[in-house]
Write a protein that binds this ligand. Structure first.
Ligand code: MN
Length: 285
């Protein structure tokens, strides 16, 4: 059966030993199976502290990131490899089975040119050995397409599947996000069907990044698609209540999109859990 989780930025804009406690206790209180930890600074990450908090609260973790500007792809394969290797160590350290997100580039980085075949070849050649290293720890790598304003590299399901084909390792999967899909895809159901068993992680995020159910995402279409492919991957509520300056700049979040942050988790999860139950997505595994 699919697990239900939420992104840490629903509770706090940054990951520090203090905010980690708020996030993990908040996720546990909401009855979630796991919390998604942003590994944006894996060299400073307090892995032992995070693990202890997760264990104390009986909750699991997944990990995600975007590459930093000074260790990005396709520009700096050696730097990106060092960064991702450290992130893999931290991912293993908190017991997460996945490291996902924009592992192929930097959020908000634009070269003012279209991507080339050579870009994708460099990215695939960099991620392939990391995927093999990840597999030896029982970890899978996710590719999250994001909208054109946040990356010029992978915006659609089709581009994500193409990159996964170039990497050609079984433990590399597609990670969709309904916020980005709302901008880049023609509908929600068809791309999910096209992704099929390559789709193993999904960010359930409203069209304005606010409370799920209040915006333009076609949620029935999303869950019809998930049910049709027998989805048994992770379901992750993602909303940004409060962002650190780097993330705000990368995602252009300049105003509050949740009227009542105290009700976001309860209202959002109730809406998403009801959908998942009605479409049988919570009973596929
Ligand atoms: Mn996302």
């Amino acid at each position: 059966m699919s697990r239900f989780g939420a992104h840490a930025f629903i509770w706090r804009s940054d990951w520090t030993p203090t905010t980690a406690r708020d996030v993990i206790e908040g996720a546990a209180a909401a009855g979630l199976d796991f919390v998604e930890i942003p590994l944006l600074r894996p060299f400073d990450f307090d892995v032992d502290g995070a693990r202890a908090l997760l264990e104390a609260n009986g909750i699991a973790a997944t990990c995600s990131l975007g590459l930093p500007v000074d260790a990005s792809l396709p520009d700096d394969p050696a730097g990106a490899t060092r960064f991702l290797r450290q992130a893999l160590d931290m991912t293993a350290g908190v017991g997460s089975p996945v490291l996902s997100g924009v592992i192929y580039g930097t959020l908000g980085a634009q070269d003012g040119r279209p991507p080339t075949e050579a870009d994708y070849d460099v990215i695939a050649a960099t991620l392939k050995p990391l995927a093999r290293e990840a597999a030896s720890h029982g970890i899978s790598l996710g590719i999250e397409p994001v909208n054109r304003y946040e990356s010029f590299l992978v915006n659609t399901t089709a581009q994500g599947l193409d990159l996964i084909g170039r990497i050609d390792e079984d433990n590399v999967f597609l990670h969709l996000d309904t916020y980005h899909m709302n901008i880049e895809e023609r509908g929600f159901e068809a791309p999910i069907l096209a992704a099929g068993d390559k789709l193993r992680y999904i960010h359930l995020s409203e069209s304005d990044r606010g409370t799920p159910g209040r915006g333009n995402v076609d949620w029935e279409g999303v869950f019809r698609g998930l049910a049709a492919i027998g989805y048994a991957g992770d379901l992750v509520m993602e909303s940004f209540v409060d962002l650190n300056p780097d993330m705000a700049r990368a995602t252009c979040m300049w105003r509050d999109v949740v009227e009542d942050p105290g009700r976001l988790v309860g209202d959002g999860l109730e809406f998403l859990r009801d959908l998942a139950r009605r479409h049988g997505v919570l009973a596929n595994r």
